[in-house]
Each structure stands twice: as structure tokens, then as C-alpha cells.
Ligand binder design. Structure first.
Ligand code: MG
Length: 203
């Protein structure tokens, strides 16, 4: 199982971190060990002093493939949820400054949270999808797929030109503006439309 992530897929978020708006999807990966298993507590990573949440829509791959055409791409995923691409922002800032890879900031154990899965339907994918993220009961991030620079199908097609995709792979499709810090004791909740997909406490 592989975890693909898209960076800078919302213009306002690229700007809030002072990044350029990309002309093709920015892709990075997390290993399987990054996925927080259900009923497992999430602990603040000891190597960071600036842990950021990034709430994102996550797709689950349902079919193996490579070189997938954008028009065929929606046949290759069948479930969606909201998740968190946890980022050690202080580590990432250091790595970015030195032009080094991001793994230590992004790919550590349990840095990828995924909520409960909802089957995608053609009807659901025809309309913009809304999601939101609350910290301690306060709305801190909202996103809508119509604001994405690259659509689900463009992302999946692009990824498949470089990597084979396999059943069970996950795709984190990027975070909207509103990322921020979290600390021990924070309660984090993700919603797909009105439905709660996860709730976790930072331990
Ligand atoms: Mg992200």
C-alpha cells in the first residue's frame, strides 16, 4: 500500500505558505507506516515543536493501473474520506531552506490520518464536494473540490504516469487555506459535507 499526497493544490494555501502556484501537481509520498491505524492514539511527535494539521480529502484506489487517462481515472477509486496530512512545520521549513527532501517533516509514523470511508458515486462526483475541519469545536478549515487546482482525475492520471497505482493505495488531495498549529490536548474533527468522518485527540 502506498500513500500519495498532493502539495499546493489550493491557491490560497500555496499563498499562505509563501509558495508558488504549481503548473502540475506537486506529489510526495508517505510510507505505509505513516497511516494511523484506527483505535490507535495519536502522539505529538517528539522531534517537532510546531505540529500542523492539514485537513484533506482522501481517495482510496480500487483498481490497479498505470498510464491512466484522465477520462478513465474515476474508475480507479471508489471511496472517499477526510484525513489529516500531519506536518512538522518547523522541520519542513528547515528542509525547504536547504532544498532537501520532506520526508522527515511529512512521512513519519502515524502522520497520515484517514476517517471512515464513504463509497463514491457518479452523482457525488458530479457536484463540488465540501469538507471541513474543527479544532476544539472551532471551524478552522473548509474546502471545496471546485477550488482545487488539479481535480481528482487529473491527480490520479498524473500520479499513474510515474507510479503504478494499486488497490488500497491512498491519495491525499491537498489542503485548503487555514492550516495551523495543534498542541497536546487538542480535539480534531473532520467532516465530509455534514458527516463526521473522524475525531481524534492529540496525546
Ligand atoms: Mg498536505
Amino acid at each position: 500500500m502506498k500513500i500519495f499526497c498532493v502539495g499546493r493544490n489550493y491557491v490560497e494555501h500555496a499563498r499562505e505558505l509563501g509558495n508558488e502556484v504549481p503548473d502540475e501537481p506537486v506529489i510526495f509520498m508517505k510510507p505505509k507506516s505513516a497511516l494511523l491505524q484506527s483505535h490507535t492514539p495519536f502522539y505529538y511527535p517528539e522531534f517537532s515543536n510546531e505540529l500542523h494539521y492539514e485537513a484533506e480529502l482522501v481517495l482510496r484506489v480500487s483498481k490497479n493501473g498505470k498510464y491512466i487517462n484522465e477520462r478513465q481515472a474515476s474508475k480507479y477509486y471508489n471511496a472517499i474520506t477526510v484525513g489529516i496530512d500531519f506536518t512538522a512545520r518547523d522541520i519542513q521549513a528547515e528542509l525547504k531552506k536547504k532544498g532537501l527532501p520532506w520526508e522527515k517533516a511529512k512521512a513519519w509514523d502515524n502522520s497520515a490520518v484517514a476517517g471512515i470511508w464513504k463509497d463514491t458515486t457518479p452523482e457525488m462526483l458530479k457536484k463540488p464536494i465540501n469538507f471541513s475541519f474543527l479544532k476544539n469545536g472551532e471551524l478552522v478549515q473548509t474546502g471545496i473540490t471546485s477550488d482545487m487546482l488539479f481535480s481528482f482525475d487529473q491527480i490520479l492520471s498524473h500520479i499513474s504516469n510515474y507510479f503504478s497505482i494499486n488497490i488500497g493505495d491512498l491519495i491525499y488531495t491537498g489542503t485548503p487555506a487555514g492550516v495551523g498549529e495543534c498542541v497536546v490536548g487538542d480535539i480534531l474533527e473532520g467532516f465530509l459535507e455534514k458527516e463526521k468522518m473522524f475525531e481524534l485527540e492529540v496525546k
